[in-house]
Design a binder for this molecule. Structure first.
Ligand code: SF4
Length: 330
């Protein structure tokens, strides 16, 4: 992604430019092939819109999204016709809510087969059945399951049906948007392990969108943190969780309950709501909530720049000062 923006016009204005909602604003990001890439942030941060824009399901206002899965290399903003159809086969979405995503009137076989039929990817019913059975088995669904309707299944089983439906076209890139959020914790681990094994077996790249940092820590190799349409920190998961640099990342991590009764050092609690993307604060967008903001922060927007560990980048004017101070206190 190179300076990707998704802006939605908000009505009309008689004089001057019409107001716009900047859901995503100039985001640059590299999701390596074969990675399990986490995207985190509070509700309203823009993470779902970013996932949708990469799938061409949200309008790209400006910037470039380069997709290269080793076979095709596209600038997504320019795709249309057959090339766009081919891309939709290669990039798929796993929905959040396994209860709402599946039609109650279709059998599991038909639900999984539908994308193949809509995209015209099979030659015959026998061919469709074979592909459905193949992906169903990989998602731990058997022939008996395929004959039934969704209401007969638990949340975890329904999510396995959603995953099979998303993977039946043979994508190489998958956006999993809060894909375990609606499930019990015990079932979450089962689905996460399934996604990891599918990633290895099918050579997939995942963009894993979640508000739950403990889940992200469990499965992702790298993480990007979003706030109000911008990426504020990126890094390898281990580094980001061990040494968060941005005050927003620190605040998100401090919200994870600690099992250590002596752990009193994670004090940067986050106050207030995310401001509206229709009227984002000037300068650093986080300055209205940042516990260590300084005068400069309300005027100058920080850029996402390389930090002190390989693969890490952070958008904060004062991250080094804050890290040095935390290390002195610690
Ligand atoms: Fe906080 Fe300023 Fe850094 Fe923004 S630039 S995160 S307001 S210290």
């Amino acid at each position: 992604l190179d300076t990707l923006s998704v802006h939605y016009p908000l009505g009309r204005r008689l004089f001057g430019k019409p107001p716009v909602l900047k859901a995503i604003d100039k985001v640059s990001l590299d999701i390596p092939r074969g990675s399990f890439f986490g995207l985190v942030g509070e509700s309203g941060s823009g993470k779902t819109t970013l996932g949708r824009a990469i799938l061409r399901a949200a309008p790209i206002s400006e910037g470039r999204v380069q997709f290269n899965d080793g076979e095709v290399d596209h600038n997504l903003a320019e795709l249309k016709g057959d090339a766009l159809k081919d891309y939709r086969k290669r990039a798929q979405l796993i929905f959040q809510d396994p209860y709402a995503a599946l039609s109650p009137r279709m059998t599991v076989r038909d639900i999984i087969a539908e994308p193949l039929e809509v995209m015209g990817l099979t030659k015959s019913r026998a061919d469709t059945d074979e592909r459905v059975r193949e992906i169903a088995a990989k998602c731990r669904l058997n022939l008996e399951h395929l004959r039934r309707f969704p209401h007969a299944f638990s949340g975890g089983q329904r999510q396995r049906i959603s995953i099979a439906r998303a993977l039946v076209t043979g994508p190489k890139f998958v956006v999993a948007d809060e894909s375990v959020a609606a499930l019990d914790v015990s079932i979450q681990a089962d689905i996460l392990n399934l996604l990891k094994s599918l990633q290895r077996d099918l050579d997939l790249t995942f963009l894993f969108i979640s508000h739950d940092l403990s889940v992200v820590a469990h499965v992702c190799d790298q993480v990007a943190v979003m706030y109000l349409g911008n990426i504020v920190e990126i890094g390898p998961t281990r580094e980001l969780f061990a040494r968060p640099k941005h005050p927003y990342t620190k605040a998100l991590l401090s919200a994870i309950p600690s099992l250590d009764p002596d752990d009193t050092g994670r004090a940067q609690r986050l106050e207030g709501e995310v401001p509206s993307p229709a009227d984002p604060p000037p300068g650093c967008r986080f300055h209205t909530r940042c516990p260590v903001a300084q005068a400069r922060c309300s005027q100058d927007a920080p850029h996402l720049l390389a930090a002190d560990a390989p693969g890490t980048r952070v958008a904060c004017h004062f991250w080094q000062d804050n890290m040095a101070e935390a290390e002195t206190v610690g």
